[in-house]
Design a protein around this ligand. Structure first.
Ligand code: SIN
Ligand code: FE
Length: 301
């Protein structure tokens, strides 16, 4: 098989010279940010790190995550963190660190993307201490394979998933990502292989408690694209891509429901997820919902 086509880093990344978590930011930077994100680029902030306090530095080891799960995740609505393998006093302190990061991230996104701010929802915040490389995953859970984010239990009904990451690796290890071709090409390749959801299926799954809300056809299509793409080894091997190393002490954000991405290696990242209604976008036609509706000639949400 021939080597896959390489995308240039500047095709997939927009780099902004920004080193604080709050504005006001110049209008020109804000304009670049909204355009790049909605065009499906990763917004890279190489000069923006997150300050981990000296007494928190002990958390930057794999020991912080409990059991077989890889992340510690905080629900900002309740302030409680799940999956912590630490005694209660330390669990409280790590939850405080994760929440502090989440509040900084919210401030940054609100100030950099003021058009989103009124409708932006802060969802979960996570701490990802464990090394990605060399672990065993099922294909479906293997985020080292290119995918767009779609979650079986959390129907989005078309809403966007915007995620912000900061690499806080104490040993300076970069977080290595692979970024793939634009969403539309991916959707055109796989959507024809997706069969429509069975009538009543979404209702039943919700009734049985398998999903937190009723899945829309959009959720069905996105989950199927996620799984089909990860399972297609041939496509994984040949899809055009760029490999990017995000250094320790840097931050990046993108719409992970749109950007084909894979996390290949690295440890100790903090991550904040946001949800955004399609109508709050500058150009809703660029959303996966609208693109998929075009590709499938169906109304999906
Ligand atoms: C992912 O969303 O696929 C994982 C990203 C990461 O943890 O770097
Ligand atoms: Fe992902």
């Amino acid at each position: 098989m021939s080597d896959p086509a390489r995308l240039r880093p500047e095709d997939v990344l927009e780099t902004l010279p920004l080193d604080t978590w709050h504005g006001p930011f110049p209008p020109e930077l804000r304009e670049r940010a909204v355009r790049a994100l909605e065009a499906g680029k990763v917004q890279f902030l190489p000069g923006l790190g997150f300050q981990v306090a000296p007494e928190e530095s002990g958390f930057l080891t794999g020991a912080a995550a409990g059991g077989a799960r890889k992340n510690v995740s905080l629900d900002p609505a309740t302030g409680t963190a799940s999956n912590i393998g630490l005694p209660p006093e330390e669990a409280t302190r790590i939850a405080a660190m994760i929440d502090r990061f989440g509040r900084e991230a919210l401030r940054l996104v609100g100030d950099l993307l003021p058009g989103y701010a009124p409708a932006l929802e802060r969802a979960r915040t996570s701490f990802r201490p464990t090394e990605i490389a060399g672990r065993a995953y099922s294909v479906r859970h293997d985020d080292r394979l290119l995918h767009v984010d779609a979650f079986p239990t959390r129907p989005m009904r078309g809403r966007r998933i915007l995620r912000l990451f900061t690499n806080v690796a104490p040993d300076g290890a970069p977080r290595a990502w692979r970024v793939g071709e634009p969403f539309e090409g991916f959707a055109r390749a796989f959507a024809p292989r997706v069969r429509p959801p069975p009538p009543g299926g979404a209702w039943l799954m919700h009734r049985l408690g398998l999903t937190k809300a009723r899945r829309s056809p959009y959720d069905h299509w996105m989950l199927r694209l996620h799984d089909l793409g990860k399972r297609d080894r041939d496509w994984q091997a040949r899809v055009p891509r760029a490999d990017i190393a995000f250094p320790a002490g840097s931050t990046w954000l993108c719409f992970t429901d749109q950007v084909l991405h894979a996390a290949l290696s690295g440890h100790c990242a903090l991550e904040q997820t946001f949800h955004l209604p399609v109508e709050a976008m500058r150009t809703p036609a660029r959303s996966p919902l609208r693109v998929l509706e075009g590709v499938t000639a169906r109304q999906l949400a």
